[in-house]
Design a protein around this ligand. Structure first.
Ligand SMILES: Cc1ncc(C[n+]2csc(CCOP(=O)(O)OP(=O)(O)O)c2C)c(N)n1
Length: 375
């Protein structure tokens, strides 16, 4: 039933290109394509596209070959990631989009972004290919190769015309069963004694220096890590606020080494979708260390709501991450690190060390990191 359908052709092209992970978010026009991809290629359903850009970047850094398959509106949700992460670090990412807003589009909310997408992508310096009909499907293969060969993202705008008349099977909706949810959580947050710098030093002194990966958050945390101990297995974020844990997940999926992520409180709250993905795809080699100074430390210690409203450990638990722990001291933190807890919530004071700039370009950080992973 699926042979010779346009959807099968797309899957064949993905397989020919040795794609090993597809990060997806649905569009009505690709409701037959997505389940077919999921049956053939390891698929990570997303809750927001920007999070997918981070996960796919991690997969690529771990020497994998990811694609994204999304609705074209999702490009609007990920434009900063495409520029500050993919273009800046030269990380390839083929993005197959169901191009809405142009062909037989009755939903008015699709028009504004959909019609302007080619101009937006061109102005952003993001390579794109328009595929109007099934006859042009081979251009998908060319676009995927172009993305990996030139180490940049490539958006493929696929017209709904391609799928018209397809006989590709659309699965029945799943059966929803009853389920119990139970959470008993009670915790005391003590007045902080540690600084972020001390917490990062504890991480560096506890992990396996020769084997383990550290992915560190943008701004001062990366600079502090660089100053404490620069190593080739450190991946320093220079921007893309919120994506550090997503990148860590992508790496953990594609690597055997243990991945330690240094995240913040502000950054985690910008992309709680990362926690949902981590809860959904549990790995045994990923530890998220959320260093919570109750503020946006890198931009001048403006308060976040972790002091008054949200407990990040509870947020992690609510996202399906079971093995969580709170750390107030160096001893708490090193014990949690030694047992490789999935999520460590570290309570620290809002203090920034005075550190120099990291003297590497994004591309240098990426290249030496990827080289070190191969050793
Ligand atoms: C989308 C976006 N908005 C705002 C910023 C500015 N910015 C850079 S670092 C940062 C604070 C990050 O805070 P947190 O994650 O809590 O880490 P901390 O610096 O406190 O360790 C902000 C707001 C940014 N880089 N990107």
């Amino acid at each position: 039933m699926n042979a010779d359908t346009p959807e099968q052709k797309v899957v064949d092209i993905l397989k020919q290109n040795r794609i090993d992970i597809a990060a997806t978010l649905p569009c009505d026009r690709i409701k037959a394509l997505l389940p077919l991809i999921a049956r053939n290629i390891k698929t990570l359903p997303l809750t927001r596209e920007e999070n997918g850009a981070g996960i796919c970047a991690g997969v690529y850094l771990g020497w994998g070959r990811p694609v994204m398959v999304i609705q074209s509106t999702g490009i609007g949700n990920m434009i900063n990631a495409l520029l500050s992460l993919n273009l800046t670090y030269r990380i390839p990412l083929p993005i197959i989009t169901s191009w809405r807003g142009v062909y037989k589009e009755s939903i008015e909310a699709q028009w504004q972004l959909g019609r302007r997408l080619p101009e937006i992508l061109a102005a952003s310096g993001i390579k794109f290919t328009i595929i109007e009909s099934l006859k042009e499907i081979e251009r998908l293969d060319e676009a995927i190769k172009e993305s990996f060969n030139n180490s940049h993202p490539h958006v493929i705008l696929m017209s709904p015309a391609i799928w018209e008349g397809s006989t590709c099977e659309i699965p029945e909706p799943m059966d929803i069963c009853s389920r119990n949810i139970e959470l008993v959580f009670s915790v005391t947050i003590k007045k902080p004694v540690l600084t972020r710098y001390e917490a990062i030093r504890t991480i560096v002194e506890t992990i396996d220096e020769d084997e383990d990966i550290i992915v560190s958050n943008l701004g001062i945390p990366s600079k502090e890590l660089f100053e404490i101990r620069d190593r080739e297995l450190n991946f320093y974020m220079l921007g893309s606020m919120g994506l550090v844990s997503s990148i860590g997940l992508g790496l953990a999926i594609n690597q055997k080494r243990h991945v330690y992520v240094i995240d913040g409180d502000g950054s985690l709250l910008m992309n709680p979708n990362a926690l949902i993905s981590i809860g959904e795809y549990p790995t045994t080699n990923l530890t998220i260390i959320s260093i919570d100074n109750a503020s946006y430390g890198s931009t001048g210690n403006q308060e976040t709501c972790t002091q008054s409203l949200i407990d990040l450990e509870l947020l992690a638990k609510a996202s399906g991450i079971n093995d969580t722990v709170k750390a107030h001291s160096q001893d708490d933190l090193s014990e949690a690190l030694r047992r490789k807890a999935q999520f460590i919530h570290v309570i620290v004071k809002p203090v920034n060390a005075k550190c120099k700039e990291i003297p590497f370009s994004a591309n240098e950080i990426k290249k030496r990191f990827m080289r070190a992973l191969k050793e």
